[in-house]
Design a protein around this ligand. Structure first.
Ligand code: 8YV
Length: 341
């Protein structure tokens, strides 16, 4: 029987084409409206497959991995892989891959769009104009400057997480004459070596920034990195942007900070319990809310699918994939058992 790749979601055509060209057997499994199968259905399908192409918004817990002793790998469609229990995958000898690089600029674009939209209240003004109230109402939609503004004061952009996306956001700030500070302990040396960017501890970054943009991965260390204590440190005129992962921010504490005007506004693309929002968040006037669309362009999602497909094909064939996140599995007894060597 030939080996099979399982895709339990609607994969962009560019990724499907790669699978087709490689002449590998693929099982596509999703509901009529593209919805992903429940865990029991997924486990039943994994039993008949050899590699899973997972999507970032769906958890792959240990019990799913454990379902099939011959599972040769999990290719995640997404650069973030907090949806996958990596410690269990490594212990069980399952290689996991992600899709870095191809979505860097697109996600940085979205972070920047959100920053501008939140500061200048673009969606709120759009809805108001569209509603036809404009000639009657006295709303003025006062916003916050991103550039130096009339007073000619450069604004401070604080970047939390200075990986590929954080760096791309920093590059975009140049045209706005911003002062850029960044916090990322493992990348302190890189930040210090980057022209126009200065390292700050988290507390100082929060105290000094006019805009705080989050670009770190979600890990045990970054879970609730921003909570009540941190919001108290921020300027009352500060804007928080999160296009990374929801649980990095304590969403209830953020709601409180926005309600009490401890900070001025927030632009969010990610949430603690997607697709659910903390009650009250969507009723606030000082938020701009997006449905996790950081990488959502045809081109970029297509390239992500290509990478995920290529990684899956390599793992199916027992080869080392390009974007491996737990390279220590190769050579482990657990992995060799899985691939039958
Ligand atoms: C995707 C993402 O929306 O790459 C990531 O980490 O969050 C996004 O690009 C997601 O992985 C798709 O489900």
């Amino acid at each position: 029987m030939s080996r099979k790749i399982l895709v339990p979601w609607v994969m962009p055509e560019m990724g499907r084409a790669v699978l087709k060209k490689a002449k590998v057997e693929v099982a596509f499994l999703h509901g009529p409206r593209g919805e992903m199968p429940d865990t029991a259905t997924l486990i039943a399908a994994i039993l008949k497959s050899d590699v899973l192409i997972a999507r970032g918004d769906r958890a792959v817990p240990r019990k799913v991995m454990n379902a099939h002793p011959g599972l040769r790998g999990i290719a995640n469609y997404g650069v973030g892989y907090n949806n996958i229990d990596i410690a269990s995958a490594t212990e069980l000898g399952i290689p996991v891959t992600n899709t870095p690089g191809v979505l860097t600029e697109t996600t940085a674009d979205l972070a920047w769009a959100l920053l501008m939209a939140t500061a200048r209240r673009v969606p709120q003004a759009h809805l108001y104009t569209r509603s036809g109230k404009w000639p009657l109402g006295g709303k003025t939609f006062m916003g916050l400057d991103i550039g130096p503004g009339g007073s000619n004061r450069s604004k401070v952009l604080g970047i939390i997480g200075f990986g590929r996306i954080g760096q791309a956001v920093a590059r975009r700030s140049r045209g706005f004459k911003m002062k850029v500070i960044a916090y990322d302990p493992p990348l302190k040396a890189l930040i210090e070596a980057t022209r126009g960017v200065t390292y700050r501890d988290l507390e100082d970054l929060l105290r000094e920034s006019d805009f705080v943009s989050i670009h770190c991965p979600l890990t045990a260390e970054t879970h609730h990195l921003l909570g009540p204590k941190e919001f108290k440190l921020m300027k009352p005129t500060a804007v928080l942007i999160n296009t990374a992962r929801g649980p990095i921010v304590d969403e209830k504490a953020l709601l409180g900070a926005l309600q009490q005007k401890k900070i001025a506004a927030a632009g969010l693309d990610v949430y603690e319990k997607e697709p659910n929002l903390t009650p009250g968040l969507s009723r606030l006037e000082n938020v701009v809310l997006l449905p996790h669309i950081g990488s959502a362009t045809e081109d970029t999602r297509g390239q992500m699918a290509v990478l995920a497909a290529k990684n899956a094909i390599a793992m199916l064939r027992g080869k080392r994939p390009k974007n491996i996140v737990n390279p220590e599995v190769f050579g482990s007894a657990a992995y060799l058992r899985r691939i039958g060597e």
